[in-house]
Design a protein around this ligand. Structure first.
Ligand SMILES: NC(=O)c1ccc[n+]([C@@H]2O[C@H](COP(=O)([O-])OP(=O)(O)OC[C@H]3O[C@@H](n4cnc5c(N)ncnc54)[C@H](OP(=O)(O)O)[C@@H]3O)[C@@H](O)[C@H]2O)c1
Length: 395
């Protein structure tokens, strides 16, 4: 047994022991399992990891394999052209710059992003250019335009992607749904993906805290035999901590599905349904909100996030536990057909088509704002604004 295997086994046993000792009476003890788990990976152990995720082995890379000096050496002959400066362009671009890599930004002149880039210290003519000029200068072209814009601009961009360059995406959207987006990537280029599991703001803030965001990486086209290595190195260079292996198809399907489901659309729908029934049964707005959103986001969901669903169950009363155990299968059965419809709609390209149609419209920002205003004006979210003011930390 290697030292690493032994250390991991030891830590797993310790973790299991601690888990079995957990009690709820003192939530303060909740920090213990986490401390034990962190200690599970000795600081000096580095390298590609094959990790058993609930019975399935998956490959994970970590940033310890790519210290700054190695990154600087690896990319010493490259110009990284960051095309687009939205949330991801900002986060990834600034992290690359702080890592000391040769990075330039390409956005349309005098647009919102151009101004934002100047505010962040990018200098026109030095490391800030219009899109086409930046692509021409870059050896690694990082296409972080909005997904709709990637499709709109492809005809102009494609001829600039000459042999020897690498094409990088942060989402599988454009190449996977090429029948709709028309993004047919050149066969003579390495085409890779790094998809941070969070907004570009988080990519940046975690980097500044000395931590890294989790990301997935994938290879679409490998002409040099180095595409995978390059993707992992770039993932670390833009600020990733752990990097999970995926494919373009799996990345885009899971991402479009997740954001329409539990991450955003599904949870919003569930909050609304529960709130409405409470209101229809005579509960006050504050009571309906507290019982639907406030307790969820402030008390229970953080427990799921930190320690798992079983821990959250354990942290609640016997009455609450019994009820939740009885009702979750019913919710699952009711919702599963909706999730099946949603996955099909993602996989067959309907969601991509809808996104392209909506987000390519010249007035898409106006229409989006109108929809967000409708949400803002819903009773539940107006109530939320007042409830948040009464949180203990705001008193
Ligand atoms: N945001 C996330 O949480 C996240 C997470 C992981 C991956 N991704 C992926 O990262 C990529 C970028 O997403 P994002 O959220 O950072 O950016 P975004 O807000 O979707 O796009 C912003 C950029 O696109 C440019 N743009 C829009 N229309 C254009 C056009 N017609 N011509 C030229 N430029 C145009 C904007 O420039 P102007 O300011 O000039 O309009 C801006 O620089 C996408 O593939 C996305 O799926 C995003």
């Amino acid at each position: 047994m290697s030292a690493r295997t032994a250390a991991i086994r030891l830590a797993r046993t310790a973790g299991a022991r601690v888990a079995s000792q957990r009690t709820f009476s003192a939530l303060a003890t909740a920090t213990r399992p986490i401390v034990s788990r962190q200690a599970a990976v000795p600081a000096g152990v580095r390298g590609v990891k094959t990790i058993n995720f609930g019975g399935t082995s998956e490959v994970v890379h970590e940033r310890g394999d790519w210290p700054r000096e190695k990154l600087l050496d690896y990319f010493k002959n490259d110009t990284l052209a960051m095309i687009g400066y939205g949330s991801q362009g900002y986060g990834q671009g600034l992290n690359l710059r702080d890592n000391g890599l040769n990075v330039i930004v390409g956005v349309r002149k005098n647009g919102t992003s151009w101004k934002a880039a100047i505010e962040d210290g990018w200098v026109p003519g030095e490391n800030l250019f219009d899109v086409n000029e930046a692509i021409s200068k870059g050896t690694i072209v990082m296409n972080l335009l909005s997904d709709a814009a990637q499709s709109e601009t492809w005809a102009e961009i494609k001829p600039l992607l000459t042999e020897g360059k690498t094409l990088y995406f942060a989402h599988g959207f454009s190449p996977v749904f090429k029948a709709l987006t028309k993004v047919e990537t050149p066969a003579n280029l390495d085409v890779i993906l790094v998809a941070p599991k969070g907004s570009g703001r988080t990519v940046r803030s975690l980097f500044k805290e000395g931590r890294g965001i989790n990301s997935s990486y994938a290879v679409w086209n490998d002409v040099t035999g180095k595409a995978e290595e390059k993707a992992i190195a770039l993932a670390v260079a833009v600020g990733s901590g752990y990097v999970y292996q995926t494919t373009f198809e799996r990345e885009v399907n899971s991402d479009l599905y997740g954001e329409r489901g539990c991450l955003m659309g599904g949870i919003h729908g569930m909050f609304l349904a529960q709130y409405e029934v409470l209101r229809e049964n005579g509960h006050t707005p504050s009571e309906a909100f507290n019982e639907t959103v406030e307790e969820a986001t402030q008390s229970l969901y953080p427990l799921i996030g930190k320690y798992g669903m079983d821990y959250m169950y354990d942290a609640c009363s016997t009455t609450a536990r019994r009820g939740a155990l009885d009702w979750y299968p019913r919710f699952k059965d009711a919702l599963k057909p909706v999730f099946e419809d949603l996955y099909e709609s993602v996989k067959n390209g309907s969601e991509t088509q809808r996104s392209l149609d909506f987000n390519s419209a010249p007035d898409y920002r106006v229409k989006l704002e109108a929809e967000l205003e409708t949400i803002r004006n819903m009773e539940i979210w107006r109530v939320g604004k007042e409830v948040r003011k009464l949180r203990p930390e705001n008193n």
